[in-house]
Design a protein around this ligand. Structure first.
Ligand SMILES: Cc1ncc(COP(=O)(O)O)c(C=O)c1O
Length: 342
């Protein structure tokens, strides 16, 4: 029972068949019909003029930063965002930008704080090159950034002529859980990155979407990074299945996460903000059990349960297609036994 991440999902049978039967061509020449179909479909779903198939969420975010910014620019982002915490310093290493983290609440930056952080004209200051948002917010436990917050930040950004990029690795989770179409979220951004290889179960790939001229420049950045691939329709084909067939079922993952959180929160020593479980990520505070993260995870592993360490005393469980409701029930029972027996 693997609750470490939704990235562990394997391609479905339909995806494997689509891979086998994919029509392919040289994508660097723009001649792979399957990639072209995926990019067109993704652009339509996200409400953008054009889209680019990239190898990973990290590559999508970094190509966005490289395309939007100049070296020496400053990027405003949330203090616990993936781009700031988990992309190996790529924004500074590759794009030569400096980051300006703003502490959010439940992953959401306060629009007035964003406004204050945008640099004015001054010879001493860097230019504010970009504002990055993340929805759902991973480190905050899969929280949905309210659309109103996104709208307010976007309006401020437009006034100041600063572009907005959305790390929407799990944007479809936000859309399914809130009942608001992805387009409505991406409308308040200039560019958006979505992952096909997390809850949507494709084996590889992300999409970066934006205006035609932006994607044209982004395509060149992807090439510079070595991400111009050839007969890559075999990898785009499962991405099409992901977008067409795998979105609605995310609701099951959310229901399982809620049930898991309710069950775990009834176990003495485990604290969870059950109402804060808005999508497929559960953050669980185990400090009162007296066990360290390592001890807790080892005991779980012995009981056939994999989860991931987060901060000190915080464990992350993620639900996904390969986690059934039965597994959730079993996991709750086994964790209760572990804590009772310690
Ligand atoms: C919010 C968020 N953004 C970006 C990424 C990066 O995606 P990838 O692992 O495909 O590079 C992740 C991966 O977990 C993520 O959770």
């Amino acid at each position: 029972m693997d609750f470490r991440s939704d990235t562990v999902t394997k391609p479905t049978k339909e995806m494997r068949e689509a891979m086998m039967n994919a029509e392919v061509g040289d994508d660097v020449y723009g001649e792979d019909p399957t990639v072209n179909r995926l990019e067109k479909l993704a652009a339509e779903i996200l409400g953008k003029e054009d889209a680019l198939f990239v190898t990973s969420g990290t590559q999508g975010n970094q190509v966005a930063i490289l395309t939007h910014c100049q070296p020496g620019d400053e990027v405003i982002l949330e203090a616990e965002s993936h781009i700031f915490l988990y992309e190996a310093g790529a924004a500074s290493a590759l794009a030569g930008v400096q980051t300006r983290p703003i502490q959010g609440t439940r992953g959401a930056m306060d629009p007035s704080e964003v406004k204050k952080a945008i640099r004015g004209e001054d010879i001493h200051h860097p230019e504010t090159g970009l504002i990055c948002l993340e929805n759902t917010h991973n480190k905050a436990g899969g929280k949905i950034i309210p659309i109103q917050t996104m709208k307010e930040i976007y309006e401020i950004a437009r006034e100041k002529d600063v572009p907005v990029h959305l790390d929407g690795a799990r944007l479809f989770n936000a859309a399914v859980a809130s009942g608001i179409p992805v387009k409505e979220f991406s409308k308040y951004t200039d560019t958006v990155q979505i992952c096909l290889s997390k809850g949507l179960s494709a084996p590889v790939g992300s999409i970066l979407a934006g205006s035609k001229s932006f994607i044209q420049k982004a395509r060149k950045w992807r090439k510079r990074l070595g991400g111009g691939l050839r007969q890559v329709g075999v990898l785009a084909a499962p991405g099409i299945v992901a977008l067409e067939k795998m979105v609605d079922r995310l609701a099951e993952d959310h229901a399982n996460a809620r049930q898991f959180a309710e069950g775990l929160s009834a176990i003495p020593g485990i604290t969870i903000d059950v109402d804060g479980v808005e999508t497929n990520i559960i953050l669980c505070d185990i400090r009162e059990t007296g066990l360290s993260n390592e001890q807790f995870l080892t005991k779980l592993k012995e009981a056939g349960i994999l989860a991931g360490p987060f901060d000190d005393g915080i464990i992350r469980f993620v639900t996904h297609r390969e986690v059934t409701n039965e597994m959730v029930q079993t996991a709750i029972e086994r964790i209760a036994q572990i804590i009772a027996g310690k």
